[in-house]
Design a protein around this ligand. Structure first.
Ligand SMILES: CC(C)(COP(=O)(O)OP(=O)(O)OC[C@H]1O[C@@H](n2cnc3c(N)ncnc32)[C@H](O)[C@@H]1OP(=O)(O)O)[C@@H](O)C(=O)NCCC(=O)NCCS
Length: 189
């Protein structure tokens, strides 16, 4: 499958390439990204180089689609839909934002555009777009809730985290769900 470019009010989403390696390497030093994603830790420059190669291969094979989120040409973050197979029209979203680019609603714009692409027949044609996070990742959860993901529950000891298993929150949007901000009880306090 050929890489697709998506656009939002403030972002262009396009495949990350060799020019992004420095920015990805720098961002992935962030403790929050290391805490809440499965990137290697410590994160070396070679990991960013391998990531770029893998992203191109995954687009080609249609197993995972990954975008660099660019604000005025600067890499603000990275987001993917992964777990794509021909067996079932489902996929899962994952993302991180560079520390200096957070809390501007940029990720929200990106999630909305990605969900729309993932769930439309002219895009990935998914029936279900899933989101999971380590329980307590309130920033990720707030972004997913605002984009319309419905909270579905807590998965006990479901998510691997550097040699241990953590409880996970799970949520999803279906193709025929209204894309409206949701109130999640776990975010109430
Ligand atoms: C999760 C992450 C991508 C959010 O990025 P962001 O740029 O802050 O996202 P947005 O600006 O679009 O904000 C999204 C929502 O989260 C809220 N939020 C952001 N940081 C927060 C925090 N630390 N605690 C609680 N809420 C937070 C924002 O207020 C916003 O909610 P609102 O729209 O209801 O006001 C970013 O914090 C990050 O990269 N974290 C580390 C990696 C990670 O956790 N990835 C997700 C793994 S599942």
């Amino acid at each position: 499958m050929l890489p697709v470019i998506l656009r939002t009010e403030r972002l262009e989403l396009s495949i990350p390439g060799a020019d992004d390696i420095d920015a990805i390497f720098a961002a992935c030093q962030d403790p929050e990204i290391q805490k809440y994603t499965t990137i290697p830790a410590p994160y070396e420059r070679t990991h960013a180089e391998e990531f770029i190669t893998r992203v191109a291969k995954n687009w080609d094979e249609g197993t995972e689609v990954t975008w660099a989120l660019r604000a005025d040409g600067v890499l603000a973050g990275v987001a993917s839909v992964f777990g794509l197979t021909e067996k079932a029209p489902i996929g899962e979203i994952g993302y991180w934002m560079a520390p200096g680019m957070r809390r501007r609603g940029l990720l929200g714009e990106a999630i909305t555009a990605i969900a729309s692409y993932a769930l439309s027949p002219g895009g990935l044609g998914l029936r279900r777009l899933q989101w999971r996070a380590i329980a307590g990742n309130r920033a990720s959860a707030a972004a997913a809730a605002r984009a319309g993901f419905r909270f579905e529950g807590t998965l006990r000891a479901a998510l691997p985290d550097r040699g241990t298993q953590r409880d996970g929150w799970v949520a999803a949007i279906l193709d025929d769900d209204e894309r409206m901000p949701q109130d999640w009880a776990v975010l109430a306090d």
